[in-house]
Design a protein around this ligand. Sequence first.
Ligand SMILES: Cc1ncc(COP(=O)(O)O)c(C=O)c1O
Length: 473
Amino acid sequence: MSDDLTNLIKSFYPYAERYGVIRALPEAGRERAEILRELDGIARAENRSWEGGRCSGSMYSGDHEHYDFLNQVYARFSYINALQRDMCPSMTRFETDIIAMSLDMLHGSAVQEHHPDETACGALGFGGTESIINPILAYRDRAREERGVTAPNVIVPATAHPAFHKAGHLLGVEIRVAPVDETTRVDVDAVRGLIDGRTIALVGSAGNYPYGTIDPIAALSELAVERDLWLHVDACLGGFILPWGEQLGYDIPVFDFRLPGVTSISADTHKYGYGLKGTSVVLYRDTEFRRRQYFIAPAWKGGAYVSNGLAGSRSGGLLAATWAAMVSYGREGYLRYARQIFETAARMRAIVCSHPELTLMGDPTFCFSFRSDAFNVYHVNDHMAGQGWRFNGQQDPEAIHMCVTRPQTRPGVVEAFETDLAAAVAYAKQRAGQKPRSSAVYGAGSSELPAETPEQVQQLLTLALDVLQKYPF
Ligand SMILES: Cc1ncc(COP(=O)(O)O)c(C=O)c1O
């Protein structure tokens, strides 16, 4: 193993030297107080990476008082399995309330206007990925039953989240990729050109993860209606913030059930819903779709079994905490935080645009990305990382992604962004022709990726997953 690789792997285990690595269940248990002391120290140190407001995305609330409140709620139900409803009917209350509030926010009642025989509904899952896999499953099975399509395909924008490719991989559904145009939004003519007799659904994002831009959902809706296809809107990222942006008067196009072609929407409660990590909502135009994500084993020896999605046992604590986040903020709270985030994002985008060397990708709002024709933009990331900023590097084209969350709305953060970005641009200019340190790995900040071809990246990330789950030394 090369020194570079050894050092990279060791960087995954910063606690190995200090606390050791456990290779078997310890013979004797440890004192609770000692465990808590150790973990307090770790959590406090790790929190410092985002508390200053320099981390893109991830910490959507970043409000310790809010987290403490949610953790109190979580503690009351953390040991409850939401599958055991006889013991915990509270779960039914939490779940139906969360679905109803989400449907209200995304105009579920509008379904009655264009599809009077249908009734919007929803389901909770463990994250955006589940809220994407489930509708693809529902579409696959419904297309097979009602339309006789046995080798289906779904058309997604090039910017769509990899969860769609994961769904296609797991469910045997072909995922066809439509290019995006210079606005970073999907090219609807290209989508039209990809449709064939086996196409069952289209996908658009509101907004997409890479650039935060919103696909032309109204045009996709029209196309879906015209060609009798289903349409999933991935609002995992934007679902809990764009509706408030629209109310605040920002130029947010309609992307929800007000459009007659939209048949499902994913929206993550654990992102701008400000819940704890581990919940998301998928909404359907009708129960005919939702039913197809249920799994029922009527004759199992363990007793007739039913689950409403991919998970088996589900944490009652997360359902309760998600519910508590929503009711503790209400419309007023969501609107207040959305206003702060939209205003902050506008200021940060203006700072980016003040540098002629930097180009914003498309016309985004709360989440944006920028690239450069003047130098390798990863040099900017390198310098910003040294100042404590954590952005995601992107590829094709190389760009830097910033998803604005509440920690950036605190006093002084935008000003620091302005100062640090100016220095980063100067730094990047001096390094023309040199290789930057950071690269494009989702969820890895400015980490280095010593690989170039897609095959090398695949190999290295496979190795990374292996060593993230077993200390190799
Ligand atoms: C647009 C979009 N869709 C889907 C997902 C997947 O969500 P999760 O990571 O919760 O599975 C994300 C995550 O960032 C996202 O931004």
